[in-house]
Structure formats: structure tokens, C-alpha cells
Design a protein around this ligand. Structure first.
Ligand code: NHX
Ligand code: ZN
Length: 325
């Protein structure tokens, strides 16, 4: 972090070596996992390569935390080995926060299921969208439902097309609410989606040079310290006219991607309902089930599903281990 050190400390002969440390790639994550499982007994079914593949964006400390959470989960169940299921649950906990025991009635469940289905259907149909991992209506962290993605490994660049698809996908939830509850009954629930979509659009215009009108210039005022020769800094000026144009460009990106998602979801409304129904039945569906639905097939039941039962697997309902009270 040379950026936070006084320049006197960075002179030759002092802290004059800089080492760039990126987040670990899959191979490095596997090696880090190997270190943290040294003191942990592992069950037969554990596949650390798979865990490494499912944890893009994790730093070493997150991986350490994941192993620790998995060990805690197993400890609570009086197991003496860490198994694959606990590692997968620990990964969700590190990414999303703990599960929450909430009493949710059928009507609310249907709202949550349609909102998440809106994200999932949009993500399945949009060009260059991040691939889906799974979709769940089990509350986690601050969210009542979550759509998770698995960004491709070894992808060091993000294209304009994929950013715009992310924005459209983020609006899929709100649009699904509008389509199923009616314009007057949409909820405040999409606040985080809207914030994230707005952030992407604003960064496209002000940081990443991805607006045709404003071109490849930096307009962000927040990190507006400019280096002028010998560490003299000055705040950058953005003219009032430009501020106005930035707002217009951000709005245009938002509007066209909202409309694109709305058009797609209306075209594929049936998929939206089938997906929501599957979520109400199974609570969590994965990539394979999403694909079944999008291809017009009956979604296969999840692993360990007992079809004589019409409720999610008992172990999922009984898992109160992460309740937040
Ligand atoms: C409420 N919570 O505030 C209720 C209790 C719309 C089905 N009345 O977009 O859970 O509505 O795709 C980070 C993460 C606020 C910050 C989640 C801030 C959730 C989550 C509000 C699904 N999934 N919204 C979503 C949701 C809500 C909220 C957050 C956050 C819902 C939505 C929360
Ligand atoms: Zn959402």
C-alpha cells in the first residue's frame, strides 16, 4: 500500500521495493486451501479442487475463514471430519452471510421467488452475462433471496457488453415484481440491485471511458487528487455542463438496459413463472436446473431430493445453526 505511506518512507534505501500481490487464481487458491486444511481432518468426499473453482475473488484470508466456518459447522453436528457439504455451506456463508430463520408466508415466498427468477431468466438470456451458479429463496445475510453467479476464471477484463448485461440482469428482479405484483405493488426490496446497477452505469461513464458522448476521460471527483510534478495536488474540476451530461448518460445506460430486460422477460414470461414455481418447490436451484427450465424441460430434482416428499430436504429445514437472533 504505497499509496498510504509518506513519500519520505518510499525514497531509495527505505521501503523501495514494491511487490504486486493479486488475488489468488484457482491454482493458488487450491494451494492456500491445502495449507489451511493441514490441521483439519477431511472426509472422503472432499474435493478441494472444486472448492478452489467455486471461490473466485476470495483472498487467502477468506479461504482460511471458509475452512474455519466448515470446521465450526461440523463441530456443531459432532462430526469429527470436515465434509464437502460443510465446505459448500461455508462458502455460501462467507460470500452471503449466515442463513436466517425467518417465517415467510406463501405470498411473500411467491414474491421472493419471482424476484429471483427475474434475475435468473435475464441472466440466462443476455449476451456475455456472468454464468449463473445458483438461485435461492432461503434468506441469507441481509437478503431474502439471492441469485449467485460464477464469473469465469482467468478473465481479467470486463467488456462493455457484459457490464450492460449485468445492469439488465440486476433490473430483472424489479421487473419480475412489476409483472407479477402490478406496478402499484412493487416493493422497496430491489434497493441493493438498483444501487449496484447505478454504480456500474456511473463508473462506465466517469471512470471506464465507456460512454460515447463523454469519451475516455476521468470524471470521478471522489479520487480527484491529481499529481502535479512534486506531490502538489489539486482537485479536478468538472464543469456544470459536464455534470449534467454525465447524469444524462448514466440515465440513458440505465433506461436502455431496463427496457432490454423488460422486453426479454415479457417475451419469456412463461419461463419466469416456471422458474418461480421451481424455486417455491425446491428453495434452491442450480445451474443445471435453470438450464432445464430455459430449454423447456422439467427441472431435474436437486441432489438428495426425495420426490415422495413435497417439502425441501429435512436437513435444510432443520439447519438452524446459523440463525441470527
Ligand atoms: C425489507 N428486505 O426491507 C425486507 C425485509 C426483493 C425478494 N422490507 O435483490 O432481500 O426487501 O435478488 C445487500 C444485500 C437491502 C444489501 C441485500 C439491502 C437487501 C435482495 C432489502 C430480495 N435479491 N431485499 C435481492 C431483498 C428486503 C435489502 C441489501 C439487501 C427481495 C432482495 C431486502
Ligand atoms: Zn434482486
Amino acid at each position: 500500500r504505497p499509496d498510504v505511506l509518506d513519500s519520505a518512507l518510499l525514497r531509495p534505501g527505505r521501503f523501495d521495493r514494491k511487490i504486486t500481490l493479486d488475488l489468488p487464481d484457482k491454482k493458488a487458491r487450491r494451494a492456500i486451501l491445502d495449507i489451511h486444511v493441514r490441521a483439519v481432518p477431511l472426509a472422503e468426499d472432499v474435493d478441494l479442487d472444486r472448492i478452489a473453482g467455486l471461490t473466485p475473488g476470495f483472498a487467502g484470508a477468506d479461504l482460511e475463514n471458509l475452512i474455519n466456518e466448515a470446521a465450526l459447522l461440523c463441530g456443531r453436528e459432532n462430526r469429527d471430519e470436515v465434509n464437502m457439504e460443510s465446505l459448500l455451506n461455508a462458502r455460501d456463508k462467507v460470500v452471503l452471510g449466515g442463513k436466517r430463520e425467518m417465517i415467510i408466508n406463501e405470498e411473500e415466498k411467491s414474491w421472493i421467488a419471482h424476484h429471483e427468477a427475474g434475475h435468473a431468466v435475464a441472466a440466462s438470456l443476455l449476451p456475455n452475462a456472468d454464468p449463473l451458479d445458483k438461485v435461492t429463496i432461503i434468506p441469507r445475510g441481509r437478503a431474502l433471496g439471492v441469485t449467485m453467479y460464477l464469473p469465469e476464471e482467468d478473465k481479467y477484463s470486463v467488456s462493455k457488453s457484459s457490464l450492460e448485461s449485468s445492469i439488465s440482469t440486476l433490473f430483472g428482479g424489479r421487473i419480475a415484481e412489476e409483472m407479477t405484483l402490478g406496478a402499484d405493488h412493487v416493493t422497496t426490496g430491489a434497493s441493493n440491485d438498483i444501487e449496484r446497477a447505478t454504480d456500474i452505469a456511473r463508473n462506465m461513464v466517469t471512470k471506464w471511458g465507456l460512454s460515447d458522448k463523454l469519451g475516455p476521460l476521468t470524471y470521478s471527483e471522489d479520487d480527484g487528487e491529481v499529481f502535479l510534478g512534486r506531490s502538489v495536488t489539486q482537485h479536478k474540476q468538472v464543469s456544470d455542463v459536464t455534470v449534467h451530461t454525465i447524469d444524462e448518460e448514466v440515465r440513458q445506460i440505465i433506461d436502455r438496459n431496463y427496457e432490454r430486460a423488460e422486453q426479454l422477460l415479457k417475451e419469456h414470461e412463461e419461463k419466469l413463472h416456471v422458474m418461480a414455481k421451481a424455486l417455491m418447490k425446491y428453495e434452491t436451484i442450480d445451474m443445471a436446473q435453470v438450464k432445464d427450465i430455459m430449454d423447456g424441460r422439467e427441472p431435474r430434482p436437486p441432489e438428495g431430493w426425495d420426490d415422495s416428499d413435497d417439502a425441501p430436504p429435512a436437513k435444510k429445514q432443520d439447519d438452524k445453526s446459523d440463525s441470527v437472533t
